[in-house]
Structures are given as C-alpha cells and as structure tokens.
Design a protein. Structure first.
Length: 118
C-alpha cells in the first residue's frame, strides 16, 4: 500500500462517505485517478488521431475530480498529484499493477463527475 492509499484508508468515515455517490469507495477513487493519469500519459506519448482533443477531455475530467475532492474539504491537487506519482513510479519501474475495475464501471464513474459539480 502506498502512502496516498494509506492516507485515503485512514480518512474519517464521514469523509470516506463523501466519495460514495460518485466513486463508490475511496479505493475506487484511487483506481479512477490512476487510470485517468495513465490514459493522459499514454495519449501524450502515443499521440493517436485527434490526441489534442483527447488530452483536453482527460484534463477536464481530472480538473472535475480535483474540484470534487476540494469540495469534500480535502486537498484535491495534492491527492491527485500523489496518485499520479504512484502511477509514474510504477511506469518507470516497469510495474503493471492489477486494477480491479471494469471499463464500464470506469466510464459510469467518469460520467457522474460533472453531475456532482452542479
């Protein structure tokens, strides 16, 4: 378990409950941010068709997650940076961690983010 995972696990129950409507659990929140970071990095590296548009959407999603976490009274920027750091640590060390989330679950969570910001 990384430091940010430990931090999230030790949040008071009332803070953890804030993640439930959008992410389900703080563990799923971690996975979503990790996947958003990975998608942004891969898109930036591989530069597929219309990659600028894709990067813009990914960055909007990340910004929405940050704002949502900020609204929970937590340091969104720091938390997202720590999870991104975990991803890049895995990347440079050629580690491929198992992320227990189906693609449909990821998409459903991403779709809920803008609704919670309104």
């Amino acid at each position: 378990m990384t430091k940010i995972q430990e931090y999230l696990a030790t949040l008071p129950e009332e803070k953890k409950e804030l993640f439930t409507p959008v992410f389900g659990t703080v563990d799923k929140f971690y996975v979503v941010v990790y996947l958003v970071t990975r998608n942004e990095h891969i898109t930036d590296q591989e530069k597929p068709d219309r990659y600028e548009d894709r990067l813009q959407v990914i960055r909007q999603i990340r910004s929405g997650i940050k704002k949502l976490v900020d609204s929970y009274g937590l340091a969104g920027e720091d938390i997202l940076a720590d999870i991104a750091s975990d991803y890049f640590e895995d990347y440079v060390n050629y580690r491929c961690i198992e992320l227990n989330m189906e693609n449909e679950d990821f998409i459903q969570i991403i779709k809920r983010i803008p609704n919670k910001l309104e």
